[in-house]
Design a protein around this ligand. Structure first.
Ligand code: P6P
Length: 349
């Protein structure tokens, strides 16, 4: 029968990308950028799974721009991601959590896409073999940032300035975003603006196979994911919100607490099961810990595409235009009902 699928035809990420291209949803250049990101994630998955064997656990002995001890795998994953994007020939500028400033890609000869990424989020979990992940976002080059760019420009060369301007776009400009989770399964999740799709790596074939067709986050969940070790440092209204989840009164059922300490793992579970993940601002960290450009905005694009919400506590993450590449913002993300209830609690501050 024409069109019937025989059991040897895998529904791979490559097939899916070609279908999006045929439907005119993405162009051939973006297809190549996304394919190169998938290759980078496969390489990182292999490195992560053998970290203990190939002596890739532990620290690199350097500190990154975030002031965090770089793990060996942070450095290696960053190189893998950068090399795949450079050799795609379609990436104009890349910005990484592990690099001080965004860099223009000399090898680019077409497409000129802006790619922001966290090559290995949650890397402090590596030595204990707990879930980690890579996060990415893709933009068109943008001149609109030129208008009101007021950095300490004397410290940046014109080309560095141009890179920063092109990278500092609000998440609502994202063409695509996604993550790859390295856990009991390796799952590649992405959106190109037409819903959220998940692909599980089949180690027998070395291909990502469609396993989650149009992820929809439940409107309400039963799980909250906050680091309650910081509870004493939180705004009193946030404390009240968390208490309302733990003790909803006689009519309600208490939520469960789940916190992996890896954004990709906590977020992926929230996308599938519902509930809320939060990394609040607190007395120590005035803007929280997570970075807007390559953590909060890509995840917020995904959650909105799945019917959920991504908020900084008072507004939509995707509306925030970054002023600096590594700018941090508070993040509350997940099911619509939980995020809206949290915003109400915080607005009564
Ligand atoms: P804490 C990992 O370092 C990370 O950036 C996220 O992946 C994770 O959710 C969070 O920080 C954990 O931070 O302060 O709770 O250990």
């Amino acid at each position: 029968k024409s069109g019937s699928r025989n059991q040897y035809q895998l529904n791979t990420l490559t097939n899916w990308l070609l279908k999006q291209e045929q439907a005119g949803i993405i162009d051939g250049e973006l297809t190549i950028v996304l394919s190169s990101i998938a290759v980078a994630c496969k390489q990182i998955a292999a490195l992560v799974q053998r970290a203990g064997i190939s002596n890739l656990t532990g620290v690199q002995g350097a500190v990154n721009v975030q002031g965090e001890d770089q793990k060996k795998l942070d450095v290696v994953s960053n190189e893998v991601f950068s090399n795949c994007l450079r050799s795609s020939g379609r990436t104009g500028i890349i910005a990484s959590e592990e690099e001080d400033t965004p860099v223009a890609v000399e090898e680019s000869y077409s497409g000129n896409y802006i790619v922001v990424f966290d090559p290995l989020d949650g890397s402090s979990n590596i030595d204990a073999a707990v879930s980690t992940g890579s996060i990415f976002g893709i933009y068109h080059p943008s001149e609109e940032c030129l208008a009101d760019f007021d950095s300490d420009s004397d410290s940046l060369t014109p080309s560095e300035q141009n890179c920063v301007m092109n990278v500092c776009q609000p998440g609502k400009n994202l063409l695509s975003s996604g993550y790859c989770m390295y856990s009991s399964s390796v799952i590649f999740v992405l959106t190109v603006g037409t819903g959220v799709y998940g692909f599980t790596l089949d180690p027998m074939v070395g291909e990502f196979v469609l396993t989650h067709d149009k992820i929809k986050i439940p409107d309400k969940g039963k799980i909250y994911a906050f680091n309650e070790g910081n509870y004493a440092l939180w705004d009193p209204n946030l404390q009240s919100y968390i208490n309302s989840l733990k003790d909803p009164g006689p009519a309600g059922k208490p939520y469960s607490a789940r916190y992996i300490g890896s954004l990709v793992g906590d977020f992926h579970r929230t996308m599938l099961y519902g509930g809320i993940y939060g990394y609040p601002r607190d007395k120590k960290s005035k803007n929280g810990k997570l970075r807007l450009l390559y953590e909060c905005a890509p995840m917020s694009f995904l959650v909105e595409q799945a019917g959920g919400k991504g908020s900084d506590g008072s507004g939509r993450i995707l509306d925030i235009k970054p002023e600096q590449v590594h700018q941090r913002v508070p993040l509350y993300i997940g099911s619509r009902e939980e995020v809206e209830k949290l915003e109400k609690y915080l607005s009564s501050m």
